[in-house]
Write a protein that binds this ligand. Sequence first.
Ligand SMILES: NC(=O)c1ccc[n+]([C@@H]2O[C@H](COP(=O)([O-])OP(=O)(O)OC[C@H]3O[C@@H](n4cnc5c(N)ncnc54)[C@H](O)[C@@H]3O)[C@@H](O)[C@H]2O)c1
Length: 309
Amino acid sequence: MKVTVVGAGAVGASCAEYIAIKNFASEVVLVDIKEGYAEGKAMDLMQTASLNGFDTKITGTTGDYSKTAGSDIAVITSGIPRKPGMTREELIGINAGIVKTVSSSLIEHSPNVTLIVVSNPMDTMTYLVHKTTDLPKNKIIGMGGALDSARFKYRLAEAMEAPISDIDGMVIGGHSDKGMVPLTSHATRNSIRVSEFLSAERLDQVAADTKVGGATLTGLLGTSAWYAPGAAVSALVQAIACDQKKMFPCSTYLEGEYGLNDICIGVPVLLGKNGIEKIVDVPLSDAEKAKMQESAEGVTKTNGLLELS
Ligand SMILES: NC(=O)c1ccc[n+]([C@@H]2O[C@H](COP(=O)([O-])OP(=O)(O)OC[C@H]3O[C@@H](n4cnc5c(N)ncnc54)[C@H](O)[C@@H]3O)[C@@H](O)[C@H]2O)c1
């Protein structure tokens, strides 16, 4: 199992570290455009191997995609992150060019690769990969919902003063401050609906805090977060690498599912060795359906900024 991670910055390096620590991949290749940066991150991470007890071989390269040849999975984190006060959508100008070039270089050397898109605005970058490459749609996966769901569970646990391992919940929709749709009506603590423990007002607050989860951290850190994004990517990579058939909300190309067409947006999917193996149809309340529709309109508007010709 060979995994390439493009972008050896905060998210890329964190993702490589979590993949290595979980010890399921034989090789992780880090790629960056900054001279020596990926090589340096790879060497630093390899020097944690004897301490953290993993055998995954991590190497780095400055833009030499021949080193990524034969990758089973590749993660695209290259691009600029947002600064405090910025929206993810504002990154489109620079990141679209980077994602287009990087995805084509990856596929040239690994025609059977499964791509996980992380760079923002993620749903639109996933759509861009869908429109500009020949990869089948099950092999193009946008990571956002896994992270947003982890943030939702964190906020629910905090509100209930419960251990996070008691909590289950999911966030679908666009990966943006306005577009996320936390599925509060489906969230549970040990299979009991969270509405049994928290008032409607408190649940609204949990949903609102979840939606600005990334912006809150950007305000505190001065750049976007990396530990939880890296962990979320590594969970998706592991589900595919180990054929786990696990369910995560991921951005995927929809053709009628959830009443949506010609869009990549977060919906629950099953991940296994073939990438997205199934889109799971979850019954939504009328309010959740309306939020999903509104979210899709936002993503479609951002997609309209792409120059696809
Ligand atoms: N989808 C999500 O849930 C999620 C979460 C967090 C961050 N992000 C996004 O991930 C991206 C990376 O964030 P970060 O915090 O790691 O940023 P970062 O600046 O720390 O790292 C980005 C890296 O990409 C490299 N890079 C730029 N152009 C490249 C190219 N053409 N080829 C190879 N490498 C290139 C840069 O040199 C840099 O090292 C941002 O767009 C950010 O908004 C997405």
